[in-house]
Design a protein around this ligand. Structure first.
Ligand SMILES: Cc1cc2nc3c(=O)[nH]c(=O)nc-3n(C[C@H](O)[C@H](O)[C@H](O)COP(=O)(O)OP(=O)(O)OC[C@H]3O[C@@H](n4cnc5c(N)ncnc54)[C@H](O)[C@@H]3O)c2cc1C
Length: 129
């Protein structure tokens, strides 16, 4: 399995796949000309300061989110904390994060396009030298 940033769609599909193959062959030259059997990508929830958020969306509707692509460990820890909170066994002040208001991220489409272009640019050039 090989992972990085970048969406496997439109021009990005071939750029990122070619980068992954170059990197794989450079790291493990003994593998020879292997191909990937599958590729997948997804959307990552980013926050302005790269920190997760705790939101109270409505009465009895609470959530942790915004893991900025690092959600496997914190998602597990926060999920457990949330379960104790919902059961009334942990007070709100003892949760890992304070309550934050839900905010609309400004220039979201432009930022997304910038990240996509940046990822492609890096992968176009990286692992060639
Ligand atoms: C492309 C990509 C790469 C990532 N890379 C990393 C990484 O390298 N490191 C890292 O730490 N994090 C990474 N993340 C983030 C990480 O995967 C998530 O933050 C984490 O998986 C969130 O865990 P979760 O248990 O909250 O949700 P999920 O893992 O999404 O689990 C939710 C589960 O609930 C199920 N479900 C949904 N609705 C229902 C329903 N109605 N009934 C029954 N089941 C339902 C879903 O099928 C799913 O199995 C990545 C995310 C993406 C998209």
């Amino acid at each position: 399995m090989f992972g990085s940033v970048g969406a496997l769609e439109r021009a990005g599909a071939s750029v990122h796949r070619a980068w992954a193959l170059r990197s794989l062959r450079r790291l493990f030259p003994q593998l020879g000309d292997v191909e990937f059997e599958a590729g997948w990508f997804g959307i990552i929830g980013m926050t302005s300061d790269n920190l997760p958020r705790f939101h109270k969306l409505d009465r009895n509707v609470v959530t942790f989110s915004g893991y900025n692509g690092r959600g496997i460990a914190p998602g597990t820890v926060f999920g457990s904390a949330l379960a104790f909170y919902v059961l009334g066994q942990v007070a709100e002040k003892d949760l890992p994060l304070p309550v934050a208001p839900v905010e609309e991220r400004r220039f979201r489409a432009a930022r997304e396009a910038l990240y996509r272009a940046g990822a492609q640019l890096v992968h176009l050039t990286e692992a060639r030298i």
